[in-house]
Design a protein around this ligand. Structure first.
Ligand SMILES: [Zn+2]
Length: 135
C-alpha cells in the first residue's frame, strides 16, 4: 500500500460523508472494493454508515491500520492459494472474509448476528455490537 498513514488522514479529514462510501470511492483511493471495505470497517470497529465527520483522529488511525492489516492478509492468502492446489482462487478468497456475505452468521469477535443490507445490488455487512452506529 503506497499511501502513508499521514497522507491517509490528510485525505480523509476534509470528507464528511458515510465512511464506507468514502473509502470505496475510487477517487479517494483506488483498490478498496465493496467486500474489503466491509472487512476493514469491521476490523476497525466502525459502522459502514457512520459519518466521517463524527470520527476523531484515533478512529482514523485505527481505520488506516485495519486497512493495512486486511489488505496485507488478503495478499498473503491469495499468493498461497495461487501456489497451492485444491480450492479455486475465488472460493478461497471468499472463505477468508470474516463478515462480508455472512449475514445471519455469528460475528467472529463477539458472536452477535452479522447484519446485511443490500443497496443498489451491493451488500453491506457489519456487526452492530462491534460497530455501533452513533450519529
Ligand atoms: Zn461483533
Amino acid at each position: 500500500m503506497a499511501i502513508s498513514e499521514e497522507e491517509f488522514l490528510a485525505r480523509l479529514k476534509p470528507r464528511r460523508g458515510q465512511i464506507k462510501a468514502t473509502i470505496t470511492n475510487q477517487e479517494f483511493m483506488a483498490g478498496i472494493g465493496n467486500a474489503y471495505s466491509d472487512e476493514i470497517l469491521w476490523a476497525a470497529g466502525l459502522h459502514p454508515h457512520r459519518r466521517r465527520a463524527t470520527m476523531d483522529e484515533d478512529d482514523l488511525r485505527r481505520l488506516y491500520r485495519s486497512m493495512r492489516a486486511v489488505l496485507e492478509e488478503s495478499i498473503t492468502i491469495v499468493d498461497a492459494t495461487v501456489q497451492g492446489e485444491g480450492l479455486g482462487k475465488k472460493e478461497e478468497w471468499r472463505q477468508h472474509l470474516k463478515v462480508h456475505r455472512r449475514a445471519g452468521e455469528p460475528c467472529p469477535k463477539c458472536g452477535s448476528e452479522i447484519r446485511g443490507q443490500v443497496r443498489s445490488g451491493s451488500e453491506t455487512n457489519y456487526c452492530l455490537t462491534c460497530q455501533p452506529l452513533f450519529e
